[in-house]
Design a protein around this ligand. Structure first.
Ligand code: ARG
Length: 582
C-alpha cells in the first residue's frame, strides 16, 4: 500500500497542476501545528515567488481543486498555508485496506533481495555473558524486520571457534590429562566418540587456562597449539570437534531460551579454507603489502578525519587474525549466498575493525560496490547505577543468570497479583520477563549506552514491554467476550479517540520502513507505545462491550482487532509474544 503522506502528496500535486501551477510545489508534510491540523502543504509560499502573485491566491485556487471527501478540514490560511485533516471516510477505507491486505499492505521493499545478518557473536567454550544480550536481541529483531519486508535474511552466528581460546583449552587439557590419545603423535587409531569433558568442565577449564596467559611457557604452548590446530594436526582437530559439539549444543539451548534462532551456525573455522587462496591473490595483485614482516592492506583514504591503520592480513608469525577470517568469511558469503547486503551487529568498540574490513573487502574486490556493507555498533548495557555491569564479586554476569534474575523478579509479581492459575505461572512469567528484557533494550537507540533497571523494565505501566503485553491482553479479553470479530469491516471513526487510534495504526508501514533504513528497532518500540496509548485512551473513553448500538459496536471491535494484530505483529518483530492473561 502507498503511504498516506505519499497519497495525499500525489493528490496535492495534481491539484496544483489542475490549478495551473507546477505540481512539484505540492509536497505535503506532517503538521508542525497538530493543534490546527494533521497535515500541511506550504508549497503556495514558494510558488508565489515563481508566479509573482500572492501565496494565498495560489493556496485558495489549489484548495478548490482538492477532493473535499478526503478531508474533514481543508483550508487555505494566511499567508498561504494549506491545512488538512483527513476525513473519516478516507481513514476508514485506508484501514479497511490494511485490514484485508496481506501483512497490512506493508510494501515488500526487499522482494528478490538477500541479506546476511551476522549477529550473536558467541565464542565457543565460553559461556554467554551479559555482553551477548544486545547482539542477540538487536540482531534477531533486525533480521525479523528484514524478513518481514520481503528479504531473504540469513542469520549467521559467526562463532568464535578458531582463535587462541581453542589453543588455550588444548594446552590446558594437555597438562591435566597428558595420557589422552589426542596428544599422542604416534596414535593412528580412531579417537573416542565421547568428549573427555562436559560443558561445566569446559566452563572451568577455559577461565583457568586464560588466567595462565601471563605465564610465558604456557602462553607459548597455547599459541603453538592454536597454530597446529589451524595447520591440521589430527589429534587437535579431533579435540576441537569435541569442544565444538559440547559447546554448540549448550549455546543453542541458551539462544533458544531467548527465542533467538540462527539460520546458519558457521564460524571462523569455516572461513579458514578460503584464507590461503585469498591471501595469495591479494599478495599477487599488490592489494596486500609487506610491513615489518606482516602482510597488511592499506585502507586509509585522503578524506579521513581520524587515523586509519592498515588492515592486518597475515601476522609476522604467519598466523591469520580476526580481520583475516572476516574477509575470508565475506569471500564465502559472496560465493555461496550472493547477498545484496551484509549487516553486522556487534559492540561499537569494533567500529574500527569493521571500517577496515569493509574498505579492504572493497579494495580487494571481494565485495562489489553494489553490495551494501553495514555495521550496527551498539552501546554498552550498564548496571542501574550507570556503571559497567558486574556481579557482586566483580565478575562478568552470565546471560543465563541475568535471565533467571529477571524471571524471578517477574514471577514474584505474577504470584503476588494472582494473575493466572498456578499451572500457568511459569509460562506467563517467561513471556513477561522476555518482554521486559527485550523491550527494555530495544526501546533504546542501538548506538546509545543504557542502564539495565529490572524494576523499571518489568513495570506494568510506563514505556515498558509488560505494558505493551498488558494492552494486547486487554484487547484479547474484550474480543474473547465479544465473539468472532475477524470478519468485521472497519468503520468511520465514531469519536476523536477512535480517529486518533486510526491515525496511529496507519503509521505501521512508514515506521517499519524507517526502522529498517536506520537499523533502529527502537522506532518500532516508539510506534507500539504510541499505538498502545491510543488503544487505552479509546478504551477508557468509549463504552465498547456495553454499547447497545450493535452496528456501532461492531466498528469498535473491528478497530481494536486491527490494533491488536498490528501490536502482535510488531512484538513478533521484536521477538517476544503476549500471554493470554495478565
Ligand atoms: N566473536 C566476536 C566477539 O566476541 C564477535 C563476532 C562478530 N562477527 C564478526 N563477523 N566479526 O567479539
Amino acid at each position: 500500500m502507498e503511504k498516506i503522506l505519499d497519497i495525499i502528496t500525489a493528490k496535492m500535486q495534481r491539484a496544483f497542476a489542475d490549478a495551473g501551477y507546477d505540481p512539484s510545489f505540492g509536497r505535503v508534510t506532517v503538521s508542525n501545528r497538530p493543534d490546527l491540523c494533521e497535515y500541511q502543504c506550504n508549497g503556495a509560499l514558494a510558488a508565489a515567488k515563481q508566479y509573482k502573485c500572492a501565496p494565498i491566491q495560489i493556496a485558495r485556487a489549489v484548495v478548490e481543486k482538492l477532493d473535499a471527501n478526503d478531508y474533514s478540514l481543508v483550508e487555505a490560511v494566511m499567508p498561504g498555508f494549506i491545512n488538512l485533516k483527513l476525513s473519516g471516510s478516507f481513514l476508514q477505507s485506508y484501514l479497511e485496506e490494511m485490514r484485508t491486505a496481506v501483512d497490512f499492505g506493508v510494501k515488500k521493499i526487499g522482494q528478490g533481495k538477500t541479506i546476511v545478518v551476522d549477529y550473536g557473536g558467541a565464542n565457543v567454550a565460553k559461556p554467554l555473558h551479559i555482553g551477548h544480550l544486545r547482539p542477540a536481541i538487536i540482531g534477531e529483531s533486525l533480521k525479523r524486520l528484514y524478513q518481514f519486508m520481503g528479504y531473504i535474511a540469513i542469520g549467521d552466528v559467526h562463532l568464535g571457534d578458531w582463535g587462541l581460546q581453542m589453543g588455550l583449552i588444548i594446552a590446558e587439557l594437555s597438562e591435566r590429562q597428558p595420557e589422552l590419545p589426542y596428544f599422542d603423535d604416534s596414535f593412528t587409531g580412531e579417537y573416542p566418540t565421547e568428549a573427555p569433558f562436559t560443558v561445566s568442565d569446559l566452563e572451568e577449564i577455559y577461565p583457568a587456562a586464560s588466567a595462565k596467559k601471563a605465564d610465558p611457557a604456557f602462553s607459548h604452548k597455547a599459541h603453538q597449539a592454536t597454530l597446529e590446530l589451524q595447520q591440521g594436526r589430527r589429534g587437535y582437530r579431533a579435540l576441537w570437534q569435541h569442544i565444538m559439539n559440547v559447546s554448540v549444543a549448550d549455546l543453542k539451548k541458551n539462544y533458544d531460551n531467548l527465542d533467538v534462532h540462527f539460520e546458519k551456525w558457521l564460524g571462523e573455522s569455516d572461513a579458514d579454507p578460503y584464507i590461503p587462496a585469498m591471501v595469495e591473490d591479494m599478495k599477487a595483485r599488490g592489494i596486500a603489502v609487506q610491513s615489518e614482516g606482516a602482510w597488511v592492506i592499506p585502507v586509509a583514504e585522503p578524506g579521513d578525519k581520524k587515523e586509519m591503520p592498515p588492515c592486518i592480513l597475515v601476522k609476522s608469525d604467519g598466523s591469520a587474525i580476526y580481520a583475516t577470517t572476516d574477509l575470508a568469511t565475506l569471500v564465502q558469503r559472496m560465493q555461496d549466498w550472493h547477498p545484496d547486503k551484509v549487516l553486522y551487529v556487534t559492540d561499537k568498540r569494533q567500529n574500527l575493525h569493521f571500517e577496515q574490513v569493509f574498505r579492504a573487502a572493497r579494495k580487494a574486490g571481494i565485495v562489489p560496490e553494489n553490495v551494501e556493507l553495514e555495521h550496527v555498533g551498539f552501546g554498552t548495557m550498564n548496571g542501574s547505577d550507570g556503571k559497567p555491569f558486574k556481579t557482586r564479586d566483580g565478575g562478568v554476569l552470565r546471560l543465563e543468570q541475568l535471565i533467571a534474575d529477571m524471571t524471578d523478579f517477574v514471577r514474584a509479581k505474577v504470584v503476588e497479583n494472582k494473575i493466572v492459575e498456578d499451572d500457568e505461572v511459569e509460562a506467563t512469567t517467561a513471556k513477561i520477563a522476555m518482554a521486559a528484557l527485550k523491550y527494555g533494550d530495544l526501546s533504546n537507540q542501538p548506538t546509545k549506552d543504557y542502564n539495565f533497571d529490572m524494576e523499571r523494565f518489568a513495570a506494568f505501566e510506563g514505556n515498558t514491554g509488560p505494558y505493551i503485553l498488558y494492552t494486547i491482553v486487554r484487547i484479547k479479553s474484550i474480543l474473547a467476550k465479544y465473539g468472532p470479530w475477524e470478519h468485521l469491516p472497519i468503520q468511520e471513526p465514531a469519536n476523536p479517540f477512535a480517529k486518533d487510534l486510526m491515525i496511529a495504526i496507519t503509521k505501521l508501514g512508514p515506521t517499519l520502513e524507517n526502522a529498517l533504513a536506520s537499523s533502529a528497532p527502537n522506532l518500532i518500540c516508539a510506534y507500539i507505545y504510541e499505538l498502545a496509548g491510543a488503544v487505552n485512551k479509546f478504551y477508557h473513553e468509549t463504552r465498547i462491550l456495553g454499547e447497545e448500538d450493535k452496528a456501532l459496536q461492531a466498528g469498535y471491535i473491528a478497530l481494536i482487532g486491527l490494533a491488536k494484530r498490528c501490536l502482535e505483529q510488531c512484538i513478533d518483530l521484536l521477538a517476544f509474544s503476549a500471554p493470554e492473561k495478565m
